[in-house]
Design a protein around this ligand. Structure first.
Ligand SMILES: Nc1ncnc2c1ncn2[C@@H]1O[C@H](COP(=O)(O)OP(=O)(O)O)[C@@H](O)[C@H]1O
Ligand SMILES: [Mg+2]
Length: 335
């Protein structure tokens, strides 16, 4: 659905060039929820705004739904933007218009629907985001979560194939974030909408995304399926985001484990393996003892996973390691 071929972007500010995006290649398949994570200034918004050409690229080709958007003239661009919806951190609603009028705005601009059809479409959109009883309110009378739902309804008004989300949950509390993410997941599933989502929280990626790219200083430093990147981060930036999500202080782990005897391994379980009674079984069979040093069981999108750090002592350790590896478990020896 979206392909970047050697795309880069440089801003010129007061006679100086600032490279926001180094030459980048990227593929986002139709129907995916694709996450972009990185610290402030990493180039996330720049990358996103290149997709719907809110920013013009400095070079390279951007193919969206089979068309080279870098070659569009202004009229083609107008039609194209109706096929790409966008939502923002601070919602960008018009405060002087009602909820219904905010959602109707892109439909009026497109000018394809009669008054009656338009009212009906707005009602459908508000129902989809759970705001059917708030049509006549003004933005100031809504909570943050409700405002973002208006933003989503407005973005969906022209039936886009792509939805771009720039820090759409960053101004919301955790519970509201969860409900907005759930709505995005629903929309992705039911409308087969391709979603590109920017965040600085790994937890947001973990809940809704299929794929993730980690950005640092205008470069994608790591990318892949969320389970791979989240459970086995390679780049130091990625590791820091994962630690943040798991509330682990840097340096905490290794120090604590210094006093613990035995070998230290980390086991990662995914899917059905998460609930298999493997540890007791292996301990009985091979005579090893284990203590759990750190652990977490959660879900990545719809798939359960568990990650346990164990100290293993006594028994036939090699046999135990072989049993772990043979089971549907990923094992890393940390020490
Ligand atoms: N319109 C602009 N003009 C000049 N510099 C910009 C502009 N937009 C972004 N930048 C610069 O580009 C870099 C990346 O910014 P941005 O894409 O907004 O990062 P992020 O969204 O990851 O925080 C930053 O150094 C920022 O200052
Ligand atoms: Mg940004």
């Amino acid at each position: 659905m979206i392909e970047f071929q050697n795309v880069h972007k440089t801003y010129r500010v007061a006679g100086r060039d600032i490279t926001a995006l180094q030459p980048t290649n990227l593929r986002i398949e139709e129907g995916q929820v694709y996450g972009l994570i990185g610290h402030s200034g990493a180039g996330k918004s720049t990358l996103l705004r290149l997709i719907n050409r809110l920013e013009a690229s400095s070079g390279g080709r951007i193919i969206v739904d089979g068309e080279d958007v870098t070659a569009f003239d202004s009229q083609q661009l107008r039609g194209f933007r109706q096929r790409v919806g966008m939502i923002f951190q601070h919602f960008n609603l018009l405060s002087s218009k009602t909820v219904a009028d905010n959602v109707a705005l892109p439909l009026k601009l497109a000018g394809k629907l009669s008054g009656r059809e338009l009212d009906q479409r707005v009602a459908e959109l508000l129902a989809r985001v759970g705001l059917q009883d708030h049509a006549k309110k003004y933005p100031a009378q809504l909570s943050g979560g409700q405002k973002q739902r208006v933003g989503i309804a407005r973005a969906l008004a022209t039936q886009p194939k792509i939805l771009l989300c720039d820090e759409a949950t960053s101004a919301l509390d955790p519970q509201t974030t969860a409900s907005v993410l759930q709505l995005l997941a629903e929309i992705n599933r039911e409308l087969n909408l391709t979603i590109v989502l920017i965040t600085h929280e790994m937890d947001v990626i973990r809940r809704v995304c299929d794929q993730v790219a980690v950005m640092d200083a205008g470069v994608i430093v790591e990318q892949g399926p969320v389970a791979d990147v989240f459970l086995h981060p390679q780049h130091s930036t990625t590791k820091r985001f994962v630690q943040e999500a798991e509330h682990v202080d840097e340096g905490e782990q290794r120090d604590d484990f210094a006093h613990v005897p035995g070998r230290i391994v980390r086991l990662t379980f995914q899917g059905d393996a998460t609930y298999a009674p493997l540890l007791g079984l292996v301990a009985r069979e091979t005579g090893v003892d284990y203590s759990i040093l750190a652990g977490r069981i959660d879900r990545i999108k719809d798939t359960p996973y568990g990650q346990l750090t164990l100290a293993i002592t006594g028994g036939d350790m090699d046999a135990a390691f072989a049993r772990f590896t043979a089971a549907d478990v990923h094992m890393e020896v940390l020490r």
